[in-house]
Design a binder for this molecule. Structure first.
Ligand code: ADP
Ligand code: ASP
Ligand code: MG
Length: 682
């Protein structure tokens, strides 16, 4: 047998459900099938909202309930043919009536106990599974609905696996002729028969419990993404599906926030070695991900990146800790008695302080547990009251044998360093599959993108994001070149040079999807005013190059900020390179430190590769004896053409021909020549 589980988006509306029907139809050609379904997307959230509103005495909960009912009726009306539609409508109405009673009770009592909340939450999967069952029946597919509440048993908030397996077997064995079963996911009941749930996202777990119960051949998790991906695609647009992953790595990814699989799902199937396929309901032909025991190895051992928000850091510190054993075990005991899960631990060998991460929701309980536990030492001043800091996220790089490959930690920290993302704590997980860092939540998504780029995108870069400053003569010419030659550039280099930012002294415009270069000037004039470098630093995209086509004397001071945000810089602006030697060296140093490039070939030599040639000659051991150069196109032009009168007009002519700096005084005074000499000699 096989188990196919469909998530909320896969049953969100009639159209999606039809897709499900098609997938199940094909699956039935191979084997008897159990379909586990989630509630329609957003339903469980709405049910929680209804419960909360009711307990707060807010009668608008009934409006929300009405809307939810309407959503289900819309699905029924569109999906089911008449003859079936009425029956299903009645059944779903009866469920809604029962829900309304429960909500009424909560409203009257003004109290939402965990038990009432679970009772309310349970309805979502009852609605959706009922609709799906009736749809199969209407198509003439013999199908049997199984009440998960009679089968999946929980004790003390956890699934009672043994009892559940037994119940699954009994329920299926009672219908030997049945080819297709439909099961509401997520819902269960406790030993006294009260409705409970397996926790948010728990339908995946229902699927794996059923799979083990019937010794299924395979489990398929059908969802709205093409598999388990290298990172959450909603955060990292370049994330890609992981074709094969081990049970352990998948478990680690889901445990640290990859919500595509609910964390407890994998554990039951491991012992039986049942493979899990994660597939995209809306692209069923895509291969998806296979979760199995021994997948093929991956290069540098890294499989994916995950993160969780709302992490609190708890620090225990004090001189009284030095050399006194047992502090950590007392702290862990105190936390474990409170049922608090420790996410990460760091402790230096001095044992003068230690730092642990817990979920923010556990932070206050952790604080009082620890303060009670160490009340005596605190009163003596031997250790300080526990320090709790909130607003952190944990970001993890995960892979089998990740630590067997040297350099993963270094790559991770280097990527964060280049983006100047502060790392508050690090740990190499207790398994050899995980390297974790704690960063401020505000920077977490940027951190994930930077790390993902480091491990997965860096060597397959296809798009270079250009951010051009200066839209005068040079800037315009560059934009025109890029526009006219885009295809040839892509063909020859295999890369797309995408202009994503443009600025002049008044406006700037940023669009990471690319600016329409045929209307560049117009688009720019409609852009906001303000600091372009500031806007860029807060963006910090991957493969980004800042192109300085200005003759501005301030902008060079911003290069280091841009470097730190991951931008390489290409400039024809001479000013940043012809300041003091210390400034010049500082630019080179900062670029190197951030791991980005700094190029200024076009500052001297009329855009011919003079600097790089000189550099190579010198680097390969030759000595430069003398340099002869005509260093000013403007002065050259003037001297060639000046006939004794009309100097001013001639300068204007040179300006129009594009020889001069924006301010020709810079040429006439010799400053421009001076700058070029400096750059060439440096
Ligand atoms: P379903 O309703 O089908 O159970 P979920 O919303 O629970 O779907 O899980 C799928 C979502 O998980 C995706 O839409 C995606 O936003 C999120 N997700 C987070 N991390 C990952 C990852 N590494 N790979 C794929 N999806 C991920
Ligand atoms: N409907 C439940 C939830 O939203 C269970 C699930 O979708 O897996 O959490
Ligand atoms: Mg889910």
């Amino acid at each position: 047998m096989q188990v196919l589980k469909f998530g909320g988006t896969s049953v969100a509306n009639a159209e999606a459900m039809l897709q499900v029907i098609e997938i199940v139809g094909k699956a039935l050609e191979y084997d008897r099938t159990i379909v586990v379904t989630s509630a329609i997307s957003g339903c469980t959230d709405t049910l929680v909202e209804i419960g909360r509103k009711a307990s707060a005495g807010d009668a608008s909960c009934f409006e929300v309930l009405r809307d939810l009912k309407q959503r289900h009726h819309d699905v029924i009306d569109e999906l089911l043919p008449s003859g079936y539609r009425e029956r299903t409508t009645d059944a779903v109405n009866a469920l809604f009536a029962a829900l309304e009673n429960t909500v009424q009770g909560v409203l009257l009592l003004g109290e939402l106990s965990p038990r009432s909340l679970e009772a309310i939450e349970s309805f979502g999967e009852l609605f959706s599974s009922r609709i799906l069952t009736d749809k199969f029946l209407s198509l003439g597919v013999a199908c049997h609905w199984l009440d998960a509440r009679q089968i999946v048993r929980t004790t003390a908030g956890q699934a009672d696996q043994k009892t559940t397996y037994r119940n699954v077997r009994a329920a299926v064995d009672a219908h030997v002729q049945t080819e297709l079963f439909v099961v509401p996911g997520f819902i269960a009941s406790d030993a006294e028969g009260h409705p409970t749930t397996l926790g948010r996202g728990g339908s995946d777990y229902t699927a794996s419990l059923f799979a083990v119960g019937i010794h299924a051949r395979r489990v398929e998790i059908w969802t709205d993404v093409p598999g388990i991906m290298t990172a959450n695609p909603k955060v990292v647009p370049t994330a890609r599906p992981i074709p094969n992953i081990s049970y352990r790595a998948a478990q680690e990814l889901s445990h640290f926030g990859a919500k595509v699989i609910y964390p407890p799902t994998i554990q039951p199937v491991v012992e039986e070695g049942i493979p899990i396929y994660v597939k995209d309901t809306f692209h069923p032909d895509e291969p998806g991900t296979l979760v199995e025991k021994n997948p093929p190895r991956v290069r540098d051992g890294v499989t994916g990146i995950a993160y969780s928000d709302r992490i609190a850091l708890i620090s225990l510190e004090g001189s009284g800790m030095v050399g006194v054993p047992g502090f950590s075990s007392r702290l862990f005991d105190a936390l474990s008695r409170e049922g608090i899960n420790i996410i990460l631990i760091t402790q230096a060998s001095s044992v003068h302080s230690m730092c642990i991460a817990v979920a923010e929701t556990d932070a206050e309980r952790a604080r009082s547990a620890a303060d009670n536990c160490f009340a005596y030492e605190i009163s003596l001043g031997k250790i300080n009251p526990l320090k709790v800091e909130t607003g952190y996220s944990i970001v993890c790089v995960i892979g089998d044998d990740i630590l067997g490959h040297s350099g993963a930690t270094g790559m991770m920290l280097a990527a964060l360093g280049r983006h100047s993302i502060p790392v508050r704590a690090t740990a190499q997980g207790s398994s050899e599959r995980n390297i974790s860092v704690i960063v401020p939540s505000g920077r977490a998504q940027e951190a994930i993108r930077a790390i993902h780029h480091e491990f997965f995108d860096r060597f397959s870069t296809r798009v270079i994001h250009l951010f051009i400053a200066g839209y005068g003569r040079v800037g315009k010419a560059l934009v025109k070149m890029l526009h006219d030659n885009a295809e040839a550039i892509a063909r020859r280099s295999g890369k797309e040079l995408r202009v994503c930012g443009l600025a002049n002294s008044r406006h700037y415009v940023i669009n990471t999807e690319g600016i329409d270069l045929s209307r560049a000037g117009e688009i720019l004039s409609e852009g906001p005013s303000g600091s372009y470098p500031d806007a860029l630093c807060s963006l910090s995209p991957e493969n980004a190059v800042f192109v300085d086509c200005t003759a501005n004397d301030e902008i060079g001071f911003r290069y280091p900020d841009l470097f730190h945000s991951g931008y390489s810089v290409v400039a024809c602006n001479k000013i940043p390179f012809s300041g003091t030697l210390a400034q010049f060296r500082n630019l080179q140093r900062e670029a190197k430190r951030s791991g980005v490039s700094l190029r200024y070939e076009t500052t001297a030599g009329a855009a011919l590769p003079v600097l790089v040639t000189l550099d190579r000659v010198v680097q390969s051991g030759d000595t430069l004896v003398r340099m002869d150069a005509v260093l000013s196109g403007t002065l050259n032009y003037l001297m060639d053409n000046y006939k004794g009168t009309g100097f001013e007009d001639l300068v204007e002519e040179a300006r129009i021909k594009g020889y001069t700096e924006p301010d020709p005084n810079i040429d006439l005074s010799g400053v421009d020549v001076l700058r070029k000499i400096l750059i060439l000699s440096r």
